[in-house]
Design a protein. Structure first.
Length: 251
């Protein structure tokens, strides 16, 4: 009987080290994410969570180790022009929405696919309108970011990421700057993306949400992954005392 080999991970970090000056932020991080997987990275502030995301999409260079995303060896992509194909596959949504304030919502969504990927404006416009419907912002296409609430701006940022038709979306504390009543509307959009099979890697403080949507949780502390596993095990019976102490504070 032929054994079916498990497919290679879509994202794989191996022994990744990163320092900023004399501060060692990542001290040998290894992790993998399967295609269609939903992974949450949790941990105290300053533990290296956001740095991991920035290593995955080449926003920062690593000092040692390897980062693979599909066919890309990310640590070898040293020039901006080499990073463009990677950024097509790996979109990122930030805590601060990073929308262009002088551009309408629709222009924010269509600029990169047209200017960077060279797609036809009419095709991109149609896709952008469909994405605005997906994030429940139909009718806001001609609004400017300053006219929207924080939750609406963050949903525009997610739609803008989706406009690039990525295989992976990285979410970096996307609810941290929002008022509590706006958090659920953003999490609902991410929940739907996860349900549809989008590969998602989230740095989040929303523990209940992580527990609900993640296939796997990675707990980081002081630049290392201390423990990882499915949320049912990690949240109910953590092995490491650092994770137990962290969960006691945040749950």
């Amino acid at each position: 009987m032929t054994q079916v080999q498990p497919s290679a991970p879509l994202i794989e970090l191996r022994d990744v080290h990163k320092s900023f000056g004399s501060i060692e932020v990542l001290k040998g991080v290894s992790m993998s994410v399967r295609d269609g997987g939903v992974v949450c990275i949790i941990g105290p502030s300053g533990s290296g969570k956001s740095t991991i995301l920035r290593c995955i999409n080449g926003l920062i260079t690593i000092d040692r180790g390897t980062v693979r995303v599909g066919s890309f060896a990310v640590e070898t992509l040293t020039k901006d022009k080499h990073l463009v194909p990677l950024r097509h596959e790996v979109a990122m949504v930030f805590q601060q929405y990073n929308l262009f304030p002088h551009r309408t919502v629709l222009q924010n969504l269509t600029m990169a696919p047209v200017q960077v990927l060279g797609e036809k404006p009419a095709v991109v416009r149609e896709r952008a309108l469909a994405l605005l419907a997906k994030v429940r912002l139909t009718g806001k296409e001609n609004a400017y970011p300053g006219e929207l609430s924080g939750g609406q701006q963050q949903r525009v940022a997610i739609a803008r990421a989706l406009a690039m038709q990525p295989r992976v979306i990285l979410f970096d504390e996307v609810t941290a700057a929002l008022d509590p009543e706006m958090v659920s509307e953003v999490l609902n959009v991410i929940r739907e993306l996860a349900r549809e099979g989008m590969t998602c890697v989230l740095v989040t403080h929303e523990m209940r949400f992580a527990q609900e949507v993640a296939d796997e949780i990675f707990f980081t502390d002081k630049g290392v992954i201390v423990e990882h596993g499915p949320p049912a095990r990690l949240f109910k019976s953590p092995n490491d005392p650092r994770l137990k102490a962290f969960l006691d504070k945040v749950l």
